[in-house]
Design a protein around this ligand. Structure first.
Ligand SMILES: NC(=O)CC[C@H](N)C(=O)O
Length: 233
């Protein structure tokens, strides 16, 4: 059975087509979902893609988190459907309170674009089970508001519950507290991260392709993880 993974397009989304392409490469069927609908079209999992939804007005992700389709996305996430928020999608997940904390302007104020090393801290989620704990992966990072913040109490809770899924390796690119690059909800079906797995799924087009040790396709593991999680349902 082919699993169907929906990608929601908002006004200002940029990486929705890349997410759809990555889903197809991973062996699932991408389904285009529209922000103004109240219809998830029976998908098995959902991706909130990167970009500048609603021009990042108010706060990045704040308006998208209140778009019509988010009513259905929030219910599905609370019912256990795998949901991945990538970059602007991560910002939406925190704004929708599906994930705690928030994302603020990068520490040095500039937009950052680079190939980014990440340490996989938890493989206990719907989007990271294909990795091994402690594995280093490299995928692209590109954002202006990627600094993850939360109260010390919340950060302790996230760490204590094993919900820090990815941490930046090497230098922290944006001032994220405790080098956090991605987190999950308590059930592990909802994951948000700032770097972009959907841009690292094809040999020759991903990051670090000059390095013979790397395939440039580390992003595939996210999509493979979701398919494994769906088979277990
Ligand atoms: N690549 C993105 O999704 C960008 C996210 C967001 N709009 C920012 O600049 O922080």
């Amino acid at each position: 059975m082919t699993h169907r993974i929906g990608v929601v397009t908002f006004p200002g989304s940029l990486d929705d087509r890349d997410a759809q392409r990555a889903i197809r490469i991973a062996g699932a069927e991408p389904v285009a979902l529209w922000h103004a609908d109240h219809d998830l079209q029976g998908v098995d999992a959902i991706i909130l893609p990167g970009g500048f939804s609603y021009g990042d007005y108010l706060r990045a992700g704040a308006i998208a988190a209140r778009a019509p389709i988010m009513t259905e996305v929030i219910s599905a996430a609370n019912a256990g459907m795998p949901v991945l928020g990538i970059c602007n999608g991560f910002q939406m997940l925190t704004e929708a309170h599906l994930l705690p904390g928030g994302l603020i302007r990068n520490e040095k104020g500039n937009f950052i674009r680079r190939d980014q090393g990440l340490i996989v801290e938890s493989t206990d989620t719907a989007w990271s089970n294909a990795f091994t704990q402690g594995q280093e992966i490299v995928i692209p990072l590109k954002n202006g508001e990627g600094g993850f913040i939360a109260s010390n109490e919340e950060l302790d809770r996230l760490e204590g519950e094993g919900r820090v899924v990815f941490r930046y390796s090497g230098s922290n690119p944006n001032g994220s507290m405790r080098d956090i690059a991605g987190i999950s909800n308590a059930a592990g079906n909802v994951v948000g991260l700032m770097p972009h797995p959907e841009h690292a799924v094809e040999p020759g087009f991903g990051p670090d392709t000059q390095n013979a040790m790397r395939s440039g396709t580390d992003g595939l593991g996210f999509f493979a993880s979701a398919l494994t999680a769906l088979l277990a349902v």
